[in-house]
Structures are given as C-alpha cells and as structure tokens.
Design a protein around this ligand. Sequence first.
Ligand code: TMP
Length: 225
Amino acid sequence: MAELNRTMTAEVTPGKFITLEGGEGAGKSTQMRLLAERLEKHDIDVVCTREPGGTPGAEVVRLLLKSGALEPLGPFTETLMISAARDDHLNEVIRPALSDGKWVICDRFADSTRAYQGTASGVGPEIINALERIVVGKDQPDLTLLLDIPLETGMARANKRAQDDGEDVKDRFEKQTSEFHEKLHNAFHELADKNPDRIVIVDADHQQHTVANTIWKIVQSRLMA
Ligand code: TMP
C-alpha cells in the first residue's frame, strides 16, 4: 500500500514542497511561519510541518532523538529511526497534502540526515542514499532554503531559546562540540553546491523581516514565476 502511494503521488503532485534547513538557531521555525502567512495571503493552502516529527509516531522518534535516548544505539540506528519517522510523515501528511494541491513547508528534511547523521556522525553515503531512495523516492523538495548564520550566532540563539523555554539542559545536538557544528555547517554548504537547482543559501544573519523578504523573493522567482 505504501508502495502504491509512493507511485501515485510521485506522478501527481500539484502542490509544492519546500524545506528549510540549517544549523541550530538559524530561525527556521519563525521563517516557516512568516512564509506560510505570505503564501496564504495569495490564497495558497499551506501545511507547516517538521522533521523528525509531523505525525504522532514520528513525534515519538523526535523525542527519543532530541533527548539523547537513541545515542547509545549509534548513528546508524539513529538514521534508521529517522528514516522510519520520515516514511510515516511522507505517507500520512506530506504526500496527501501535495496531492490535494497544498503547499508543504517542512522544518528540516533529508538534507539534515545527510548533514547530522552522514557527514557529522559518520554514517556512509551509500546507506543514506539507499534509505533516501526507498523512503523519499521521487518526492524530493521542489525548493530547499538553507538558512545560513555564523556558528557562534546560531549557538547563542539556540541557547537563548532553550533558556526562554525553561530548558536547563541542552538537547542531544545542541550540546555537541563546536567541531561537530562546523562539520554540519560545511556539510550543508557542500549539499548546496551539489544541488544548485534545489537548494538556495539564504543569509539569515539579519532581522527576521529582512530574511523573510529575501525568502519571499526566492519563492516567487523559483516557484511562482
Ligand atoms: P530542531 O527542529 O529544533 O532543529 O530539532 C531537530 C533536531 O533533530 C536537530 O538537532 C537536528 C536533528 N535532526 C537530525 O539529526 N537528523 C535529521 O534527519 C533531522 C530531520 C533532524
């Protein structure tokens, strides 16, 4: 049944699929909301979602991942769990919305697996490619916005957000070394270099409304022209 869904929706996707990527504290969730508001003003139905997560089962995987509970199992198992969560999310939320002509904006997607579990944690590209082929197939994003900010700014923002949320401990990835975060940063840039038709780097080291205006211009020229 899942296979059938994949085939059907891969051929009929009237909606657009946008993903937001970047390191910690890049402002993805704020920009997702601002972009959705603008699209809705143009009478476009928008579904905002996130990964890992977006369905009850996938949100459980998110909790396990962010709490560090998966860490003892190693990055390979982490990749399998994230892929399972992605499969559920695609089948239950993303593909049905796209088939209905809605636009889907997703806070993180498969590029994060390549950066976090692949480049930064050492899971080989052959494994990541195989899982992506099985789970995502042809349903790649139409556009990926890579929100780029200096490492220190991102970490400072992520720390502040955690404090504002009343969290006194950093999550699994926030507590990683600056070397890990530098690897992530480089991994996202390499992905952008390799996929210029899909990934656009957005300088996110500006006021929220400035970044939102930049994103809106990109979305208009790439998906609405
Ligand atoms: P965030 O949405 O607040 O950034 O939290 C999601 C965390 O999950 C973030 O630290 C990155 C991590 N993550 C992965 O490690 N691999 C993935 O494939 C995805 C989608 C997220």
